[in-house]
Design a protein around this ligand. Structure first.
Ligand SMILES: [Zn+2]
Ligand SMILES: [Zn+2]
Length: 306
């Protein structure tokens, strides 16, 4: 099943010619004037590679690496600038360059050994469940509401699984690695056991796949934007910085670094990823106020019994 067979015909873009990428782009532009610039770039990529599995595989892997390290870099620079120290949540614990390098090495090894094969399997899986890869792209409103749904599903999955991973034997066997840094930094977002990457990653990759298998209405571009936003969320939550302009000041249910940093510091509570509602409703918040409130409730209950 080729990417180019359904929505538009391309006589000039026969799979895997010796043409350059930009030749493909030019011929696609010539015969498909209705497509926008980004749609032409996308179509030319698939035509140029001539193999959908390879095209999606390379695109996904490169995108993940660029976003992961590209988003972590500003946080590394901020760590090196004393002016930002006043915004650091655990201000005594600035990660050293060596710590960050050691972390980056393990993350890179895991990307090439554990994530790469999974990314390679993604296209056949996506095709099986009917993810669209064709152009034109879906409208913005559709991408936005689907991504909002994925955020909510992933957060729920993350809350329950992460909470389970804090159960003694599971913690020791799987989740302990991620808690090596009690004061996290951006790069530490994916510093975790391969089993954890797979289990928690299911919330990110599996939610859209399940959605697609039911609704038969999902474009791979929506999936990419969702994964980029989710990477931003995970890296920023590990950044260790809380600013007056952090998102949760404007969206009170957004979790952010303020929420997840405390989880790393206290090892308990604040299990969800993007939102605060699960921890709030199930009383697993780990802010100092929540801990104080629970202690007072316990004391009151003991006093009542006496
Ligand atoms: Zn944890
Ligand atoms: Zn974490």
């Amino acid at each position: 099943m080729s990417f180019l067979n359904t929505t538009f015909l391309l006589d000039h873009a026969l799979p895997h010619t010796t043409d350059t990428y930009w030749n493909q782009f030019d011929s696609i532009s010539k015969y498909n004037v209705q497509l926008n610039y980004f749609e032409r770039l996308w179509a030319a990529w698939y035509a140029y590679i001539g193999n959908d599995i390879l095209a999606t595989g390379i695109l996904s892997f490169v995108m993940h690496e660029l976003v992961y390290f590209g988003r972590s870099l500003p946080w590394m620079i901020i760590d090196a600038l004393p002016a930002f120290n006043k915004y650091k949540i655990q201000d005594q614990k600035i990660p050293t360059a060596k710590e960050q390098w050691d972390c980056a090495k393990l993350v890179l090894i895991s990307h090439f050994t554990v994530e790469l094969p999974q990314i390679w399997l993604f296209h056949p899986l996506a095709q099986y469940f009917g993810l669209a890869t064709n152009v034109p792209f879906p409208p913005l409103w559709k991408m936005a509401y689907q991504i909002a749904i994925f955020f909510v599903i992933e957060d729920t999955w993350h809350y329950w699984l992460h909470r389970a991973l804090h159960y003694g034997p599971l913690y020791k066997a799987i989740h302990k690695i991620h808690h090596q840094y009690s004061a996290p930094f951006g790069l530490a977002a994916e510093y975790a056991s391969p089993i954890e990457v797979m289990l928690l990653g299911f919330g990110t990759v599996g939610a859209p796949i399940v959605w697609c298998s039911i609704s038969k209405d999902l474009h791979i571009l929506t999936m990419y934007i969702w994964i980029v936003l989710r990477l931003f969320q995970a890296i920023d939550a590990h950044s260790g910085y809380e600013f007056p302009w952090s998102l949760h000041h404007f969206l009170p249910f957004w979790a952010g670094a303020d929420h997840h940093d405390t989880h790393h510091e206290k090892f308990i509570g604040n299990y969800s990823s993007s939102f605060r509602w699960w921890d709030y409703v199930l009383d697993t918040e780990s802010s100092p106020e929540a801990i104080k409130r629970r202690r007072e409730q316990k004391l009151a209950a003991i006093r009542k019994k006496q």
